[in-house]
Design a protein around this ligand. Structure first.
Ligand SMILES: [Zn+2]
Length: 200
């Protein structure tokens, strides 16, 4: 009797393992929205443009992604202008698990620095957006940037996307420490890696 039970246990374990191997894992789809583009430079200082920096980071996120259960979709892959409504209609057709709208901050106060995130006050995806935003701010800031609380903002993409969505402001172009990091190859690559880490 004992042996039979043991045998049955092994048979069912093997069967279950086999079964799980065939259940497809649902892919997590994350849209990276590199903000601005074309004539819209975004923050612009000493020949450095927000649109260029966020496009580079977005492309690195896609290139560095080795997780086969995660699909990174880039909204803007070249340097061209895109209406916000066009971005939202692509997002809502895809209905991804998350949208990250990537921006770089700027301020007349050159001491202002750090990583910030914004979400919509819309309650449907509020909790998911907030949790993702908190993880992203924490990871991306790491030991380099200062970080602040996730704030609510009535941004068009956040308000109109039918999925969890957030705006991530990766440092200030107007602050010399932030600027040196976000415009360096090393900094951009590390930021991309930390964004990917946050999506696990
Ligand atoms: Zn921007």
């Amino acid at each position: 009797m004992k042996i039979n039970r043991k045998f049955l246990g092994i048979v069912s374990a093997v069967f279950l393992c086999g079964l799980f191997a065939f259940i497809p894992v649902e892919k997590k789809v994350v849209v990276i929205d590199a903000a601005h583009g074309g004539d819209d430079f975004g923050a612009d200082l000493q020949g450095l443009q927000e649109k260029v920096i966020v496009e580079k980071i977005a492309k690195l996120v896609k290139a560095q992604n080795k997780n086969e259960n995660l699909e990174i979709v880039l909204l803007r892959e070249g340097d061209h202008f895109m209406e916000l409504s066009e971005r939202v209609s692509i997002i809502n057709n895809l209905s991804p698990n998350l949208v990250i709208s990537l921006h770089i901050n700027s301020s007349p106060n050159i001491n202002k620095n750090g990583v910030e995130a914004y979400i919509s006050s819309n309650k449907t995806f509020y909790n998911q957006s907030k949790t993702n935003a908190e993880v992203l701010v924490d990871k991306v800031a790491g030991n380099y940037f200062s970080k602040s609380e996730v704030k609510e903002a009535p941004f068009y993409i956040l308000k109109n996307s039918n999925c969890p969505a957030l705006t991530l402001e990766v440092g200030y172009l107007s602050n010399v420490n932030d600027r040196n990091y976000i415009t360096s190859e090393k900094g951009q690559s590390e930021i991309a890696a930390k964004i990917l880490e946050s999506l696990k």
